[in-house]
Design a protein around this ligand. Structure first.
Ligand code: ADP
Length: 501
């Protein structure tokens, strides 16, 4: 499958939209269906304001149908009682189908939420397929345990699927983050109801058909599009949902914990954002590399990344020199038409979010921070949701732009004087998702990595990693971990069987 030119992507997407080939219905119990209410809402391309599809506006009735299908499929054992080998082969087939449909999935992702097509095509879709394949390949290589008991007892500790998993996902990496949840959940033998963000439902809806083609039985994987306060709430409160797996805002994360308390104490796994420090010490071995990494660590995916390095902490002795380098490196990110393969910064997810980000920029200026780069809406500001890469200097850690997750292309540069102050500022946040530090001093790196209160710490890189390492947060960034075998902890129960011999 080859890549396309700008004109070819435009023509391809134009055809998808004009021929009304974009599927927007829910997928329940093995088939596409409209919302039972008959209602739908517009799916809008944030790069130009065009309506590209209609999305089924599901509600409690549709959730009821999907959860009941998931529950029945779980109880019947049609998937969970398949051997791990069969589940493995099915998921590997799904990954292959995703790759075979790379062009359409990439086009849908970009049209839906504005990210550059080169990233959707080369990063998001292959990355998502890799997640599914990785969890598929792993599942028939995991052994259970025998406890070291006395001789007249055999005690086994086994993992069992938890039941019906509801995955509630955000709009910044719609396909990828859905796969982080459904990969291990399905591999472990659960039945799943996926609720994609109302701002980016298309790839999840498409994925459901591929899962069915791959051989996932009816009812085992359902997709229910709609709004958080209806579909999300109904899933959160449902007595037949055993587990909620969520990525999104801290506000919604708190609400999901309440839903669980008000209903059946379902397991609630949360990834709820960050305000991540990227610390540059004067003994950093390569300031140019650190500057390029700081820029991409903040502006990649339009800054719509929970683990973006939005607080850049710079040792005062190199502050001015380093800021200059970061500003230069950040000019590389130029808002452009997401369908142009040359574009490296697309549109924000919608006009409303663009307004929120611009509001934060205004607060930054009013609060006394200095704009070193950007600060404005970009391109076709009337119809498209573009914002320039923006850098503030002169920030202190109490300012709003240093404390709240903006989820857009806004960096706050904060100077520090010594190690202790750097760690104090870095940890002075409600969040704890990621943190990075740059130093040529190995013992300083080890010592400080331990002191940083974050689920991932990067030394002399920003946000590198792969499927072999877990991802998730300390503090109000959430609980539980996606990726790696640790992800299975979320989707399995441990059972002890004590056998008197
Ligand atoms: P963002 O502000 O970044 O869109 P949200 O937390 O609002 O983040 O959205 C993440 C996901 O949570 C979306 O799928 C959204 O529909 C869902 N959601 C929002 N509000 C609720 C809610 N009250 N109950 C359940 N899910 C919700």
């Amino acid at each position: 499958m080859s890549d396309k030119t700008y004109a070819q992507w435009q023509a391809y997407c134009q055809a998808l939209v004009s021929q009304q080939r974009i599927e927007g219905r829910a997928f329940i119990n093995g088939g596409y269906r409209q919302a039972q209410s008959g209602r739908s809402f517009d799916c809008i391309n944030p790069a130009n304001g065009e309506v590209i599809a209609q999305i089924a506006e599901c509600d409690e009735a549709d959730v009821e149908m999907a959860v009941s299908a998931a529950r029945q499929s779980f109880e019947s054992g049609v998937w969970r009682n398949q051997s791990p080998k069969v589940r493995k082969e099915t998921l590997i087939k799904l990954a292959a189908l995703m790759e075979a449909n790379q062009t359409e999935l990439a086009a849908l992702e970009t049209l839906d939420m504005g990210k550059p097509i080169s990233e959707s095509f080369h990063v998001d879709v292959p990355g998502s397929a890799d997640v599914i394949r990785w969890h598929g390949e792993a599942i028939d290589k995991i052994y259970d345990e025998v406890a070291p008991t006395q001789d007249d007892v055999l005690a086994t500790i086994t993992r069992e699927p938890i039941g019906v998993v509801a995955a509630i996902t955000p709009w910044n990496f719609p396909l990828w983050l859905a796969c982080w949840k459904i990969g291990p959940a399905l591999a472990a033998g659960n039945s799943v109801v996926l609720k994609p963000s109302e701002k980016s439902s298309l790839t999840a809806i498409f994925l459901a058909r591929l899962a069915s083609e791959a051989g996932i039985p009816d009812g085992v994987f359902n997709v229910v599009p709609g709004f958080g306060h209806t579909v999300g709430k109904a899933l959160g409160l449902h007595m037949q949902v055993d587990c909620l797996a969520f990525t999104g805002s801290t506000r919604t994360a708190r609400t999901l914990l309440e839903y669980a308390g008000q209903s059946n104490m379902k397991r609630v796994w949360l990834e709820a954002g960050g305000k991540n420090p990227n610390i540059i010490f004067a003994d950093c071995p390569d300031l140019d590399k650190a500057a390029r990494s700081a820029a991409s660590g903040c502006f990649y995916n339009q800054g719509e990344v929970c683990v973006a390095g939005t607080r850049l902490l710079v040792e005062r002795s190199i502050h001015d020199e380093f800021v200059q380098k970061v500003v230069e490196a950040s000019r590389y990110f130029k808002p452009g038409d997401p369908l142009d393969p040359a574009t490296n910064m697309g549109a924000l997810v919608d006009k409303q979010h663009q307004g929120n980000v611009l509001q934060y920029i205004q607060w930054g200026q009013q609060g006394g921070a200095t704009l070193a780069l950007g600060g404005e809406a970009a391109l076709d500001a009337d119809k498209g949701a573009f914002v320039e890469p923006t850098i503030f200097t002169g920030v202190n850690n109490q300012m709003r732009i240093a404390r709240e997750e903006i989820f857009g292309p806004v960096m706050a540069v904060i100077p520090f004087d010594d190690e202790q102050q750097a760690i104090q500022i870095a940890n002075d946040t409600d969040y704890g998702l990621g943190a990075a530090l740059w130093t040529g001093n190995l013992s300083r790196a080890h010592k400080l990595a331990k002191q940083l209160r974050a689920g991932s710490v990067w030394i002399n890189n920003y946000n590198d990693g792969d499927m072999t390492v877990p991802f998730g947060g300390f503090k109000q960034s959430g609980n539980g971990r996606d990726k790696s075998l640790h992800a299975l902890d979320k989707y399995t129960e441990l059972k002890t069987t004590w056998i008197q011999l």
